[in-house]
Design a protein around this ligand. Sequence first.
Ligand SMILES: *Cc1c(COP(=O)(O)O)cnc(C)c1O
Length: 344
Amino acid sequence: MSIDPLVRKNIRRLTPYSSARSEFKGKADIWLDANENPFDTGLNRYPDPLQQAVKAQIGQLKGVAVDRIALGNGSDEVIDLLIRIFCEPRQDRILVLPPTYGMYQVSADIADVEVVEVPLLPGFQPDVEAILAATDQQTKLLFLCSPNNPTGNCLAADQVEQLIEQFPGIVVIDEAYIDFAEQPSWSQLLDDHPRLAIMQTFSKAWGLAGIRLGMLFASEEIIAYFNKVKPPYNVNELTQRSALQALQQHELYTQRLNSLLEQRRLVQDFLTAWEEVEVVYPSDANFILAKVKDAAGLYRYLVGQGIIVRDRSRAYGCAGCLRFTVGTPAENERLFQALQAYRR
Ligand SMILES: *Cc1c(COP(=O)(O)O)cnc(C)c1O
């Protein structure tokens, strides 16, 4: 079944920009086609618009075919482009499950696309029946965030599966934190589900938030629309080089990941034992959401100690909650000392 009917008409009809680098791709000695500066600065050439070297490495690592991978200037660009590909302003809708990542709402607001909210049930799990009941022909995208930000939990596999089977639009699963989870990625289901889209990022487990590199794994059809709509050189040369370098240092990635998982356990244990905490939510991510007796007071106290956490107490279902990102061993130790000294 084709995804074409879900795509905006103007995007279906769009003739994409044809860059010099996409018109001639062979080998040559002299490049006089792109109005680049010929003097070698190390960066005088436009980058590969399809980032093929980076995608080859990612494909191998993730077990995803290269033509099912697209890259964006952070996941933020991927979210924005998905909304612009599928949602007609003032007509189509996206569906989100609060409390969740704020960028889905912001990107939809910017595109003038309505956001339908179906809150997570207690335990922060999706309400499949309510989601399907709130869905109509205009509901083009369903954003599932798993592990979810700010709650930290994975969405239950059978609920996600039901939604992948039954949601009539595009199911987008944001897996920004999947490397910290025990559950596998949903990317292995792509073979059977042309309307499934998975997002991952270099910003968290890879430690490269500064390079702005987000991944999209989806059917060839979705990827083709993404490539049609994206700015030609959306992932710059320095970013592509940094990603390649990181991908070749997999041991370093694993070491840091293991350290963060170990530290997560320590933060969890500390918070669980601390008298100011009412609930510590289980986490499959690199942060922990905790309900405390006085969120505003504790937040202000920590700022005074030079430690910034995230106050999530105004998010749906998160009254009284602070979100603690897991730091280095030394940073977490400082956090524990500060917490121990609170109100003493
Ligand atoms: C941090 C985060 C991202 C990453 O976004 P980038 O633009 O790739 O840095 C994506 N989704 C969620 C839910 C996040 O928390």
